[in-house]
Design a protein around this ligand. Structure first.
Ligand code: HEM
Length: 217
């Protein structure tokens, strides 16, 4: 325990924690997007899927506890790394070379904050049911009525674009932080980051668009 805490105090330890918690979160958003695809199969399919998840409390609560640990730890570690980096270099670089991933990298704190705001809104909307017209027994009805509101849909689209940028840089740097990077395979690392972030973003953004277009109703 003492060793783990000492390692966490180093930048390398923090990066490893950021990568491991990021890995859990990437797994969650991938599974979540695929599960929500049931909406295209209709009301019974999406509600049946939600019901199946709830009928196995051990599985549901393992996933929830993993998320309740991974989300705050990821955010806290990211903030402490940004602070440590700023403290180590109080004066900005006069000229910095732009790399392929540097725009997404520079935006990480902002896309992360936007994502957090999105998540709070999303939980209030579809999990806690604090917004109007919530039916605790019908996930599909909440999904459709929520996205029929263009303001909610716009927020979901912006939130998921932020998720896409965040994932792109996150997946790319996750491998480096875990020591799995080699000049010979770095091209594949970029391809995987583009593939995963694009699939998840396009899948998620398709839901509000499909409801607004009347494809899901
Ligand atoms: C358009 C995209 C999305 C849709 C349509 C969607 C849909 C849903 C629905 C319907 C629920 C409630 C499930 C239920 O009560 O059985 C839910 C819960 C949740 N969503 Fe999403 N979601 C989206 C994107 C996201 C993203 C990007 C994240 C993470 C950054 C996320 C995180 C969560 C979490 C943490 C829960 C609560 C899970 C639990 O009950 O423990 N969602 N989502």
């Amino acid at each position: 325990m003492q060793r783990a805490l000492t390692l966490y105090q180093t930048n390398i330890g923090k990066k490893a924690v950021l990568a491991l918690t990021g890995f859990v979160l990437v797994g969650f958003v991938t599974g979540h997007m695929l599960g929500n695809m049931n909406a295209y199969l209709g009301e019974e399919a999406l509600n049946g899927y939600a019901e199946t998840l709830r009928s196995v409390p051990a599985l549901l609560w393992t996933a929830r506890i993993a998320l309740l640990i991974a989300f705050p730890l990821h955010i806290y570690t990211a903030i402490s790394l940004v602070r440590a980096n700023r403290a180590a270099r109080p004066q900005r670089y006069a000229k910095k070379e732009e790399l392929v991933t540097s725009v997404a990298a520079k935006w990480m704190p902002y896309t992360g904050l936007l994502l957090l705001a999105f998540l709070l809104f999303h939980l209030a909307h579809l999990t806690f049911g604090w917004l109007p017209n919530f039916d605790p027994t019908n996930v599909y009805a909440n999904f459709v009525s929520g996205f029929q509101n263009p303001v909610y849909s716009a927020f979901y689209i912006v939130g998921n674009l932020a998720l896409g940028f965040h994932l792109f840089h996150g997946v790319w740097s996750m491998f480096q932080s875990l020591g799995a990077s080699h000049p010979k395979y770095d091209g594949y690392r970029v391809d995987l980051a583009i593939f995963l972030s694009a699939i998840i973003t396009i899948g998620n953004i398709s839901f509000p668009i499909a409801v607004l277009a009347g494809v899901i109703q």
